[in-house]
Design a protein around this ligand. Sequence first.
Ligand code: C2E
Ligand code: MG
Ligand code: MG
Length: 447
Amino acid sequence: MTQMFNKNEKLTLYDPLTDLPNRSLLNERLTHELNLARRYQRAGIILFLDLDHFKEINESLGHLVGDQILIETAQRLQSLLRESDTAVRLENDEFVIISSAQDGIYFDSTDQSHAIAEKIIKVILEPYFIGEHELHISASIGITLYTGIDESVDLLLKKADSAMYKAKEAGRNTYRFYQQSIQESVDDKLDIASNLRKAISNNELSIQYQPQHSDKNTIIGVEALLRWDNPNLGQLSPTHFISVAEESYLIIELEQWALETVCKQINLWDKQNIIIPLIAINISPKQFHLPDFASNFSHTVLEHQINPSRLMLEITEITFLDNIEEAIDKMHALKQKGFKFSLDDFGTGYSSLTYLKRLSFDQLKLEQSLIKKFIDQPTDVAFVKAIISMAKGLGLDLIAEGVETGEHLAFLSDFECNGYQGNYFSKPLSNKQLSKYIKAANKKHLY
Ligand code: C2E
Ligand code: MG
Ligand code: MG
């Protein structure tokens, strides 16, 4: 936040050493933030930062060096913050960062604070070059969230301060939440993340394949789904670990592994004359946004000598919400090579027709929650019917996901849906089970 002040105001509201707002301005801003949070039902974040072992450095190298560290810390903090955030120097080596949440969801703020704290820890760990010294410093951070309800500025700062002490007790160079429940969920995530990091080398990952059937009951393809069998955590569905993998960027490694595994499996099946026409693979937004995603993806597939037209890349709307041009370019590059694209989980979220017009999808997947509830809801029936006829009108193939019963199937086929995936046909299968499934289908001349 930048504001114009006269000289006197500047002296009373800003710290002369670092030029950051001081405690008085913090009080003013935080009071204002709490009012906004209350009025618009927002949740914001307070981070209380204290440099580790600053006192020792200050005493051994002198105050001039100490001052330079504080000035540079202030600059580093400011370089990370958004326009609407405020970094404050409280006193000595204590800083406070207020970050107002963009929207009103409490748990979004938890994720956001997690991300800000990680960034701060990282930026402080960069070496400080002061005079002839190269100094390595770390920070401990306490975090609390605010919603403006029954909270005073003093109380919030005390909470953040006490969380900072927990970070010190935990060995410094880390962050802790004041709220125990949030801390526990963060710990769970970290536990998952650290286990997941070893999952590839420990051979704990596998791929299952769920068959997709046409309206004539032939097998038109399979969707590759990631599975993780961990000795401590048990078997985990991607719904438990994909979000953690995305937050920690482990997803990129996981998906590269998944793509290579799927490519090797396609070649093995081909050799056994088990020909699967289309293999769908899920692409996370993080992977899609990598600058060299298109070239890396096609490089891997071509390296395994697989015809790209056999691969269906499933992406969800969130992937292109904030940058449709990027999606147009990347999809175009991959489609030129022959790859196909499916819009996954359509019918929830934005489901905007604009995207369908501008992005050249081959297939639309009807979100499974729609199928489950639509049978007794007339408006949902109309909605599903409209999506099916729209997909047809646009020349898109359609797959209804989560088809669990004969009733679901009968309903969908009345609307002339032409593709189905779900437990009614088969649960996701291991590669061996899928081979058997296809052989059995061949025998019944279904395939
Ligand atoms: P999705 O892409 O929408 O995949 C379909 C999910 O629905 C799968 O869950 C599948 O097991 C489940 N499913 C299929 N038929 C039925 C049914 O009849 N009833 C019910 N209740 N569920 C059914 P799964 O395997 O747990 O995967 C969840 C999500 O995780 C996937 O949703 C996908 O978004 C993501 N995912 C899976 N593998 C990968 C991967 O390799 N990369 C990425 N980025 N995401 C993946
Ligand atoms: Mg999918
Ligand atoms: Mg889906």
